[in-house]
Design a protein around this ligand. Structure first.
Ligand code: FAD
Ligand code: 2HG
Ligand code: ZN
Length: 475
């Protein structure tokens, strides 16, 4: 657990009293005010087990109205809160740092409407992504977002972190897909920014303040998201490549030859794949190569798509960029291939301890940092590997070892961030800043931009009760 490493002091918020708990019980019902220590623990510890808070109470409101009443009360009493979705975030933003009240959105899980004609889905923030996807599918649509944590993460958590994932190359970021949000502000005010339209240029685009602000400016209670039509045909290819240069060439060809049907363009190196295979007993569909790519197409005509995909692969093989590969349109086989990629982040945690970096780097220098870090970490690391959303210039650099030691930590940080900053990259491509990265925000954001972020925070949450110690630098 990392709080010590961050040397953070508790701010002067009030501590929860018995009378506060009674008030919460009156507002939302005692069943939904959790004080049982075992259940509290699951809300106090994050997915990576890197941050552990000490909250004494978890509140589970069932409606916007209840959420608003809770916030109004907390604001008056100066009680700090930590909004929590599926608690799958990877930067320690979803758990309290000290004794902040956890506000779990679990019960706010209603899908209000999905309109086949317009593609608009309106849902409460606590709807699990996979459930929204299933409902969208029933209406001939897909959610324009997919990620490995889909079985647990909430759509509201996704919007609050501006999650990227596996379909950004096709559908763009949530800033484009989210049409509107309803948010409960620090003082309990309900801000209605819902909209049914892509086009709405009536002044400041306030909804964007809530997309990616990680629960520091308001709590998203409801949202409207534009879902594209479900493609009729999917194909997935898993290919082996001899060098990173071949990976880049293959990316370029995929954009040129598969353009409109390309829906994922992921890469991983041999050590990343080896982790998934070792820990989950998976079987690689092809022999060993230094690099692998997973490409997915989705379109409206299976025959056309397959023909295109086949000729793209043949061209890649003729050019010597692709050495080996397999392609399938069979749903079961596609799922098996996707597992090879989606289980990598979890597999690396199974190594013991895993340092995770989620960085944007210029495409040409995308992979250079991996060998550099292999050299720097030497035998202190078990695996230093790179994988991620190549099509979005988003590298996941993961360094695993048997356990955390200050020695390896010092070899890695702040070096990784300095390196990223020199290349004008981003120290957080898609996971956010949360608690773990506040120290590194300045490696990507200019001082005056951070000052403006602080001003926005002060304006919207003058007492600083919404997810304190997160996103903005601590000092
Ligand atoms: P939480 O983890 O509960 O919260 C995340 C942040 O949002 C916290 O700061 C929290 O306070 C805030 N928050 C949550 N709900 C609300 C709300 N309703 N209103 C205001 N604030 C709120 N991320 C990617 O971008 N791309 C990936 O490909 C990806 N893959 C992943 C794979 C795995 C296996 C795992 C474990 C995580 C992955 N993630 C990925 C991390 C990703 O950020 C989250 O999974 C997801 O977006 C967080 O949703 P959540 O509901 O779990 O939110
Ligand atoms: C992914 O793309 C996630 O698999 C997780 O963003 C990345 O754990 C990681 O480093
Ligand atoms: Zn990712």
């Amino acid at each position: 657990f990392t709080q010590d490493r961050y040397q953070v002091s508790r701010k002067s918020f009030a501590a929860v009293t018995d009378s506060d708990v009674s008030q919460f019980e009156k507002t939302i019902g005692s069943k939904y005010v959790v004080t049982d220590s075992e259940e509290l623990l699951t809300h106090n510890v994050d997915f990576l087990k890197a941050v552990r808070g000490n909250s004494k109470v978890v509140l589970k409101p069932g409606s916007t109205e209840e959420l608003s009443q809770i916030m109004k009360y907390c604001y008056e009493k100066n009680l700090a809160v930590c909004p929590q979705g599926g608690n799958t975030g990877l930067v320690g933003g979803s758990v309290p740092v000290f004794d902040e009240i956890v506000i779990s959105l679990n019960r706010m899980n209603k899908i209000h409407s999905i309109d086949e004609m317009t593609g608009i889905a309106v849902a409460d923030s606590g709807v699990i992504l996979e459930n929204l996807e299933k409902s969208a599918n029933e209406h001939g649509l897909v959610v324009p977002l997919d990620l490995g944590a889909k079985a647990s993460c909430h759509i509201g958590g996704n919007v609050s972190t501006n999650a990227g994932g596996l379909r950004v190359i096709r559908y763009g970021s949530l800033h484009g897909s989210v049409l509107g949000v309803e948010s409960v502000l620090a003082n309990g005010t309900v801000l209605d920014l819902m909209s049914n339209f892509k086009k709405d240029n009536t002044g400041y685009h306030l909804k964007h303040m809530f997309i990616g602000s990680e629960g520091t400016l308001g709590i998203i209670s409801k949202l409207a998201i534009l879902c594209p039509p479900a493609p009729r045909a999917f194909h997935v290819a898993f290919v082996g490549l001899p060098s990173f240069d071949a990976v880049l060439q293959t990316y370029l060809s995929a954009k040129r030859q598969l353009g409109e049907i390309l829906s994922s363009c992921e890469m991983m190196d041999k050590d990343a794949l080896a982790a998934a295979i070792q820990h989950f007993g998976l079987k690689a569909p092809i022999d060993d190569y230094p690099f692998y790519m997973l490409l997915e197409t989705s379109g409206s005509n299976a025959d056309h798509d397959q023909e295109k995909f086949n000729s793209f692969l043949e061209n890649g093989m003729e050019a010597g960029h692709i050495v080996d590969g397999t392609i399938t349109g069979d749903p079961g086989k596609m799922q098996e291939i996707w597992k090879l990629r989606e289980l990598v982040p979890v597999a690396l945690i199974e190594d013991g301890y895993c340092f995770k970096y989620d960085i944007s780097l210029p495409l040409r220098q995308f992979y250079e940092i991996v060998p550099v870090m292999q050299e720097r970490c030497g035998s202190l690391a078990h695996r230093v590997c790179g994988y991620g959303h190549l099509g979005d210039s988003n590298l996941h650099l993961n360094i695993s070892c048997s356990e955390f030691t200050p020695e390896i930590y010092k070899r890695i940080e702040p070096y990784v961030f300095e390196y990223t900053s020199k290349l004008k990259g981003s120290v957080s491509a898609e996971h956010g800043i949360g608690f773990l990265k506040t120290k590194y925000l300045s490696y990507t954001k200019a001082d005056n931009a951070i000052d403006m972020m602080k001003e926005v925070k002060n304006l919207m949450d003058p007492k600083g009760i919404l997810n304190p110690y997160k996103v903005l630098p601590l000092n």
